[in-house]
Design a protein around this ligand. Structure first.
Ligand code: ZN
Length: 209
């Protein structure tokens, strides 16, 4: 354990995440509430690792249909065509818009996969109560949070770039089931990251994730 630091929960103190009050909880049944702002207080987010893992598994499960099912179909005078994510990226690539192909690839495939991998690593090491590279893991958590602020951008990037740019105004673009699954992946990773309690990176004696 690092020296020179004291975690509130190792002293039996609770910190109110809403108003910042630090207090000694009175003994009693149930979760104590903040006497100032009435927020429910927890030393750690309850069942953080389990909930993070459940949302991650949901994201992985939805990632399959998001990639196998068409995300959109286009109606032109040439007929109706369905496009999967990878198919759309390849079409962009072959039509010479490699910059757009790269943007769609990063937003729709690379970022969700890296987010799931990063949160999986954080949840797994928290479950193991690992003290391995704690500052790096904290930095990784901050990175996931920062990227998370832009989460829904993934969906917009896919819709706008693959649809509008590639096929222009002559085409009629419609969303398909794959896009719904892809939106589900984005939402599930957002929930996974909000369920993870970063205090678990610094385990105390009697912590339960
Ligand atoms: Zn409070």
């Amino acid at each position: 354990m690092s020296t020179g630091f004291v975690a509130a929960r190792s002293r039996g103190l609770l910190h109110c995440g809403c108003c910042g009050l630090v207090l000694q909880p009175a003994a009693g049944a149930g979760a104590p509430r903040c006497p100032r702002c009435d927020t429910e207080l927890h030393a750690l987010t309850p069942r953080s690792v389990q909930r993070t893992t459940a949302f991650l598994l949901t994201a992985v499960a939805l990632y399959v249909p998001a990639n196998l099912l068409p995300v959109m179909s286009t109606n032109t005078f040439l007929g109706t065509e369905s496009h999967t994510l990878v198919g759309g990226i390849l079409e962009l690539w072959h039509s010479g818009s490699w910059e757009l192909a790269l943007i769609v690839f990063i937003a729709s495939i690379a970022v969700p996969l890296l987010k799931v991998a990063a949160l999986g690593l954080l949840a797994w090491t928290a479950h193991r109560r690992s003290t391995w590279r704690q500052r790096d893991r904290a930095a990784l958590y901050r990175l996931v949070e920062t990227v998370g602020h832009w989460s829904m951008l993934d969906v917009f990037v896919v819709v706008l770039l693959v649809g509008m740019v590639r096929f222009g105004v002559v085409a009629n673009v419609e969303a398909e089931a794959g896009l719904l699954a892809f939106g589900g992946v984005v939402v599930a990773t957002m929930l996974a990251s909000s369920a993870f309690d970063p205090r678990l990176i610094w385990p105390e004696q009697d912590d339960r994730g």
